[in-house]
Design a protein around this ligand. Structure first.
Ligand code: NZQ
Ligand code: ZN
Length: 381
């Protein structure tokens, strides 16, 4: 097991009616900017609950943080926040609103341009405190430091490390208005977050392996039930908790991590506008296939414990595990092949070019370079 230091300061406030609690969590003297996406919160009562809770606080609103939040939009929020002397941020929405708000909180105390902060990769100054009201289980951003920001001018999408939210409210009822495609994105994103931290080598940390497999088993168990009944509180509560636990540091204790699937997926989003979860459903089976030599033992363990594949040769078990994974994504209604999205060789060549230029070395072995990325994508045609 590798050495590690773990500290996650986010206070989780979980359950029905808990949005009202934010009034007690934010000091009354704070000047708060509440950030939103495109308006889903006005259709599900979340906006009213937040406004009601903060009726005695000093608040301003910023609307329009789009999916795959763009630095161009966020610069407007940063300017407004500076002008209004904001000293607390409350993100209300999915991962995009939360990620965008992490950049706003990081940039307000600085004179540096927001994109330069993203390119820097992490913050080493005191940023404004931020908190969240989550409405879409997927990214884990409500309990981690990460933020993924897009630049629509340069067509790039990069992550940087900011701070964890001071608190996050997770009320499963806020998810009842999610359309099926967003539920699918959230389930796939959660699944692949686990896989990026789990699918490396066997026998490093059996405890985090079991935690990771527990999240994967929970997802495969509840996904079809959620599709039948998206307004079932307990199912959505389990989904929400799975998504948070998949990327808040717990299953990463002392283990190597991969993240190649995410890095390739980000390129498909900027080049073709595919949603984040969808790109992962396309790429992951290719990562498993092309890296099956180094990941083989762990794929066999995954197949046995998550999909009950316990017969056949090693190769047959690996094949079956990859097939089960792809079938699971397809059962959620998403396509898993580039050709289904009319994406072909020009895109593969462009991603290869970008990765060559950036000299990337992703994956737990640092061997996913431009050439391996090409092979992974070719496998997904
Ligand atoms: O904008 P509004 O109107 O709120 O609508 C949103 C948006 O259109 C809608 N939505 C959210 N909650 C809803 C709802 N619609 C109905 N009912 C609700 N309760 O869903 C749409 C998508 O929202 P978005 O926030 O973009 O989705 P998600 O949470 O999947 O976030 C995706 C972004 O997070 C990044 C991705 O790259 C992408 O940019 N990621 C962030 C990570 C992190 N910070 O740790 C890790 C992830 O790997 C991921 O890369
Ligand atoms: Zn993700």
């Amino acid at each position: 097991m590798n050495n590690f230091i773990f500290q996650n300061p986010t206070k989780l406030i979980f359950g029905k009616g808990m949005i009202a609690r934010i009034a007690e969590e934010i000091p009354i003297e704070k000047r708060i900017m509440i950030t939103f996406g495109g308006g889903s919160v006005k259709k599900n009562g979340v906006y009213e609950q937040v406004k009601d809770a903060l009726k005695n606080h000093n608040t301003i609103e910023f609307w329009g943080i789009e999916p795959n939040p763009s630095v161009e939009t966020l610069r407007k929020a940063i300017d407004l926040g500076k002008k209004e002397k904001i000293d607390f941020l409350l993100a209300v929405g999915g991962g995009s609103v939360i990620d965008g708000t992490k950049l706003i909180a990081s940039a307000i105390p600085q004179d540096t341009d927001a994109w330069d902060i993203v390119l820097k990769g992490s913050v080493d100054w005191e940023i404004l405190p931020l908190a969240t009201v989550l409405t879409l289980p997927a990214t884990g951003s409500e309990m981690n430091r990460g933020a993924v920001i897009s630049n629509s001018t340069t067509r790039e999408k990069f992550s940087f490390a900011s701070n964890c939210p001071v608190f996050s409210v997770l009320d499963p009822e806020t998810t009842f208005t999610l359309p099926k495609n967003q539920i699918a994105n959230g389930i796939i994103d959660t699944f692949v977050h686990v896989m990026e931290q789990y699918l490396t080598f066997t026998d490093i940390n059996p405890l985090t392996d079991r935690w990771a497999e527990g999240i994967l088993q929970t997802l495969t168990d509840i996904a079809p039930k959620i599709y039948e009944n998206p307004r079932n509180y307990d199912l959505m509560a389990n989904f929400m908790l799975s998504a948070t636990m998949a990327l808040n540091g717990f299953i990463a204790f002392g283990v190597p991590q991969d993240w190649a699937t995410h890095m390739i997926g980000h390129e498909l989003t900027v080049l073709h506008g595919l949603s984040h979860g969808h790109t992962l459903a396309i790429v992951l089976p290719g990562t498993m296939r092309i890296l099956s030599e180094s990941k083989g033992d762990k794929i066999v363990q995954y197949g046995e414990r998550v999909w009950h594949i316990d017969t056949g040769t090693k190769e047959e078990r690996i094949d079956a595990a990859i097939r089960k994974t792809e079938d699971f994504f397809r059962s959620l209604g998403v396509s898993t092949r580039l050709s289904e999205e009319r994406i072909g060789e020009p895109t593969i060549a462009e991603i290869e070019r970008r990765f060559t230029e950036r000299r990337v070395a992703f994956g737990e072995n640092g061997n996913v370079d431009a050439t391996i990325a090409r092979r992974i994508l070719e496998d997904r045609m």
